[in-house]
Ligand binder design. Structure first.
Ligand code: SD4
Length: 314
C-alpha cells in the first residue's frame, strides 16, 4: 500500500512548514509550479520574467517555450514522442485568470512553439481553439517558428527512425505550468506531444480547458499530466478548482479528485494521472494516482523539485 501523498523535500527552504498531509504553504510573492523535474526550467524562467516586469502571459510563454525548445525528456515540442504514423502532433493551451482569456491548439504539425500559437489564438482571433492544418496555417501567418513544409516530409522520415515510443503513461510528456503573481492573479499554460504512439488526430487533455488545465482567478488554478483520456473524461482540473472553491487546500483538492476518479473508474487507481494546483492565496499541492510524481516550484526562496508519492487507495 502506498503511503498517503505527503511530500515534501526542502519545504523549509521555501520558508515554512507544511502541515501533515499537505504541501504548499501560502506564498505572498509570485509562485510558479510545473509538472516533472524539467518543469523547473519553466518555473524558473517564468518567475524571472515576472521579476523583470513581464506579464503573466509573458512568463508562461517564456517558461514553456524553453521546454519546447529543449524538447525536455524527448517529450514536449517537436523532439517529442512521434504518433503511430511516426511524427509528432502537438497540443497546447494558455489561460489568463483576469477576463478568463484562453487560447488553444491541437494536432499541430511542424511548429516549434505551440504555446506561442495558443497565445496568438487568444490574442489575435475571436476564437479559443484551432486544430490541425488550420492551426498550422494560422501559426505560419503569425510568423511563429516552423519547419518549412518542404522539410516536413524529410523530417517525418527522420522522426520515423526514432526508437518506438514508450507505451502510454510511461513517458513524461507534458509541461503544465501554473503561475500566481504577487497580486494573486493566476495564469497557466501547457504544451505536449501527447501520448507516445497515439493515433494521428488524437487529441489529449492538455489543450482542453478544464481537463489538462483550468484557471479561475477567483479561486485557483490546476494542471494535469499523465494519460489524457483518464483526465479528460472527468474534466479533472475543473473539478480540482471547484473543490478549492469549496474551501479545500490545493493539496486536498488534488487528492480528492484522484480518489473521486478512482472510485468511479473501472481502472480504479491504475489511471496514470498526476495533478498540480495553486490557489489564490499562493498555497499549492500535487497528487498522483499510482506513481511518485516530481514537480517543480519557484518562489522568492528559489526553485525546488519536490515530489508526492501516489495517494493511498481508499
Ligand atoms: C496527453 N496528458 O496527451 C498528455 C500526456 C502526458 O505525461 O501528460 N504525459 O495525454
Amino acid at each position: 500500500m502506498h503511503r498517503a501523498a505527503a511530500v515534501v523535500c526542502s519545504l523549509f527552504l521555501l520558508g515554512c512548514q507544511a502541515p501533515q498531509g499537505t504541501a504548499g504553504p501560502a506564498s505572498a510573492g509570485p509562485l510558479a509550479i510545473a509538472t516533472w523535474p524539467f518543469g523547473a526550467i519553466a518555473t524558473d524562467l517564468a518567475w524571472q520574467s515576472l521579476q523583470r516586469g513581464g506579464s503573466r502571459l509573458d512568463a508562461i510563454e517564456t517558461g514553456i517555450r524553453e521546454v519546447e525548445r529543449q524538447s525536455c525528456d524527448g517529450s514536449v515540442g517537436l523532439g517529442g514522442g512521434p504518433n503511430a504514423a511516426g511524427y509528432p502532433q502537438l497540443d497546447s493551451c494558455i489561460l489568463d485568470g483576469p477576463g478568463q482569456r484562453a487560447g488553444s491548439v491541437a494536432g499541430l504539425e511542424g511548429i516549434v512553439h505551440p504555446i506561442s500559437v495558443a497565445r496568438a489564438v487568444m490574442e489575435h482571433t475571436r476564437h479559443v481553439m484551432l486544430v490541425g492544418e488550420g492551426a498550422r496555417w494560422f501559426a505560419l501567418q503569425r510568423g511563429i517558428d516552423s519547419v518549412p513544409i518542404e522539410e516536413l516530409a524529410a523530417k517525418k522520415q527522420e522522426w520515423q527512425q526514432r526508437p518506438a515510443p514508450a507505451p502510454q503513461g510511461q513517458g513524461h510528456d507534458t509541461i503544465t505550468l501554473l503561475l500566481r503573481d504577487s497580486d494573486g492573479h493566476l495564469a497557466g499554460g501547457c504544451s505536449t506531444s501527447g501520448a507516445g504512439g497515439k493515433l494521428p488526430g488524437r487529441v489529449g487533455d492538455s489543450p482542453i480547458l478544464g481537463s489538462g488545465l483550468y484557471v479561475d482567478d477567483e479561486v485557483g488554478a490546476a494542471g494535469a499530466t499523465g494519460v489524457g483520456e483518464n483526465v479528460m473524461r472527468y474534466c479533472a482540473t475543473f473539478a480540482i478548482v471547484e473543490r478549492m472553491r469549496q474551501g479545500l487546500h490545493p493539496q486536498q483538492a488534488c487528492e480528492e479528485v484522484v480518489h473521486d476518479i478512482a472510485r468511479r473508474d473501472p481502472r480504479r487507481y491504475r489511471l496514470d494521472i498526476c495533478f498540480v494546483a495553486v490557489d489564490k492565496q499562493g498555497r499549492f499541492g500535487a497528487a498522483a494516482s499510482n506513481q511518485r510524481f516530481p514537480f517543480a516550484v519557484t518562489t522568492a526562496a528559489g526553485t525546488q523539485v519536490l515530489h508526492v508519492d501516489a495517494v493511498s487507495p481508499r
